[in-house]
Structures are given as C-alpha cells and as structure tokens.
Design a protein around this ligand. Structure first.
Ligand code: UD1
Length: 340
C-alpha cells in the first residue's frame, strides 16, 4: 500500500521513536501504522497474516511475518531494531467464535501476549500499549460504563483480554515496565484519506456487514436479537471512528514516553446506537436499501455497551473529531466499495 502522507512530521528527527506494532496487517493495526508514519515514527510490524492482509501494511513500515508468541523472534526484532515501545493488536476478536473455540482465544490473546511480554522484559522494552476491550465489562448494570465499573466478562474473548490486563499489572509491579490498556468499544470506519480500512474478508462487524448488504454483496443483514432491553429491542453499541481511536493510542504512547504511570482508559464517545439506527445510517449514506432479516441473539452478546471516556479526555487530552455516525459510515462504505 502507498501510504505516508508525511503531512505533519511534528516531532523532528531527534524525537523519532521506533515502534513495534503487532497485528499491523489487521484492521486497526494498519491504521495505527499510518498514524505513526504520518508523524515521523519508524515502524516495525509483526503479523502472522492469519487474518491480516499484507497489502494493508504501509510500505514505509517493515513487515516481519511471524508470531508474537515466538519469544525468540520478538526478542531479535526488539534488539536489532532498537524498539522503544510496543503497541499490541495481534489477537482474535470475534465474540461468538470465542464461545465455541475458547482455547483459540486463550492461546492467541492470553498465551501469545504472555510470550510477547517475556520478550519485552528480557530486552528491557518498558513501554507497552495494549488493545483491550469493552467486553471486559460483560453485561454492566449501569448504562454508561466507566473504568471503575466492575469487570465481569461474559464470554471467553472478554476473559482472555482481562487476563492480559492482569498480567500487565503484575508485570508492571515486578519490573521497570509501564503500560496503557485501552478498552475499545466498537471500532468502525476507515482512514479518511482512503488508504486502508476493514479488509478482513470474513469480518463480522455490524457496519461492515451492513455496507456489504447495501452493496448487494451479501443477500441480507442478519439482525441478531430484537428482544434486548433497549429502546428498539436491538443491540446498542458505542461506535468509535478508527481515526479517533488511533489518536488515543498516540496520546497513550506519548504519555508513557513522558513518564506517565500505567493506566486503563475507555475509548468510545458515550453515545449508544442500536442495530436499527446503524441500518438507517447506512441507508442514508449509501442511498440503498439494506435488506435485513430478524433472527435470534448471538451467543455472548450483551444488550448495551456504552463508554464514559471522560478519563481519556481529562488525563490524556483526547479530543474526538470524527464522531458523526454518517461520517463513520461514509468512510466505511467508501472503503467497502473500493474493495470490489
Ligand atoms: C465488538 C468487537 C469486540 C469489542 C466489542 C466491544 C468485533 C468483531 N468485535 O464486538 O472486539 O470488544 O465490540 O463492544 O469488532 N450485529 C447484528 N448483525 C450482524 C453483526 C452484528 O445484528 O451481522 C449486532 C450484534 O449483535 C451487536 C452489534 O451488532 O449488537 C455489534 O456487533 P459487532 O459489530 O459484531 O461487534 P461486537 O460483538 O459488539
């Protein structure tokens, strides 16, 4: 992929860092690479290409095809490339799959991260940004979730990520090591410059599936559950534009570089949208009907998950810029069309 806008090399040569991005060929990771390259950082990517797409890795980044669970390989990369910090995306993310194949999730998310962390500790890499998830909260009693809301995951995916957060805390207590765990709500949309987007062919994300249905690439969108305790009975989520999420990662990275203590942050807008509201947005943006059929709930799905992200704004100065749902859908739809 051609990338590197190099519009705002804000940092100048002396402050350039080398960042290892795991899972950089995936949806969020490929956007992260662009965010780093655009501001002048050097990027090394490790990805086993199990779900990621090689072409989505910006050509200004170095791609190592391999597994984050391979401690020796990761140690070699950290040492040779003089890596300053790690941003860890590699893992499995499909909630229902985690219910039917839990060991895959404990392997790919928890076990693999354990090995990656062993490499970091062995090589003295002490800054780590972790891709965590709102799924650690399970089915919260409150409508809006803060970082203080008790963690009570209801599926193996959420548990595999929460276990990783626990590992991070233990390691930070035992070693000179600091981390930021970012708990994502529902990440959506694509790079506004159209350089990358959600490319995983079998992706299950609602907005992607709805765009595919609007384009006639799938016969219909399945609405998973119409009997939730939500205003219109369908699942409610807090959809966050991937560019705003990447901005949060850059802030987290810079905070660690500036000496900040380990911390945990929610990433969302505090706005819940139902499946039906998303369908309406896709129809507005595309001008096409989204054929939909109502069906039963999916295994492991909570009814409602909405973030209170005021801590991220307060402590790291995060200012979301792409929250308008039509803007999110527009970028996702443009990318989906481009994939034809
Ligand atoms: C997503 C993330 C997960 C993250 C979580 C946090 C993915 C694959 N998973 O899970 O990593 O931790 O957000 O909130 O991005 N739906 C349909 N029809 C579809 C697809 C989805 O009705 O074809 C509904 C779901 O039941 C749910 C909502 O849309 O209510 C969002 O689903 P989805 O995009 O799959 O994300 P989550 O399962 O919420």
């Amino acid at each position: 992929m051609r990338c590197g806008l190099h519009l705002h090399d804000l940092k100048g040569p002396n402050l350039t860092s080398t960042i290892l991005v795991t899972g950089g060929a995936g949806y969020i990771g490929s956007h992260m690479i662009l965010g780093l390259i655009d501001r002048g950082d050097r990027v090394v990517v490790i990805d086993n290409l199990s779900t990621g797409v090689r072409e989505q890795v910006c050509s200004d980044a170095e791609l190592v095809e391999g597994d984050v669970a391979d401690t020796e390989l990761v140690r070699d990369i950290l040492k040779r490339r003089k890596v300053d910090a790690v941003i860890h995306f590699a893992g499995s993310v499909i909630v229902p799959e985690s219910v039917t194949d839990p060991l895959k999730y404990y392997d790919n998310n928890t076990g693999a991260t354990r090995n990656l962390l062993a490499a970091c500790i062995a090589e003295g890499v002490s800054r780590f940004v972790f891709s965590s998830t709102a799924a650690v909260y399970g089915m919260p009693d409150t409508t809006i979730v803060t970082e203080e809301t008790p963690t009570a995951p209801i599926n193996p995916y959420g548990r595999s990520k929460l276990m990783t957060e626990w590992m991070l805390r233990d390691i930070a207590a035992a070693h000179p090591f600091r981390f930021m765990a970012l708990r994502y709500f529902n990440v959506a949309g694509a790079d506004p410059a159209g350089r990358t987007g959600q490319s995983t062919p079998r992706a299950t994300h609602l907005i992607k599936r709805a765009c595919q249905a609007a384009l006639g690439r799938v016969p219909a969108l399945d609405i998973f559950g119409t009997d939730f305790d939500t205003p219109d009975g369908t699942g409610v989520r807090d959809y966050i534009h991937v560019s705003d999420l990447i901005a949060a990662h850059l802030l987290a990275l810079d905070a660690l570089a500036g000496g900040a203590e380990s911390n945990v942050f929610n990433c969302g807008y505090g706005r819940g949208l139902s499946v039906r509201e998303i369908i309406a947005a896709v129809e507005r943006v595309s001008g096409n009907k989204v054929p939909a059929r109502e069906g039963p709930r999916r295994a492991g799905d909570p009814g409602m998950l909405v973030a209170d992200s005021s801590k991220l704004t307060r402590q790291l100065g995060w200012t979301p810029r792409h929250g308008d749902i039509d803007e999110i859908v527009k970028s996702a739809y443009a990318w989906e069309k481009h994939l034809a």
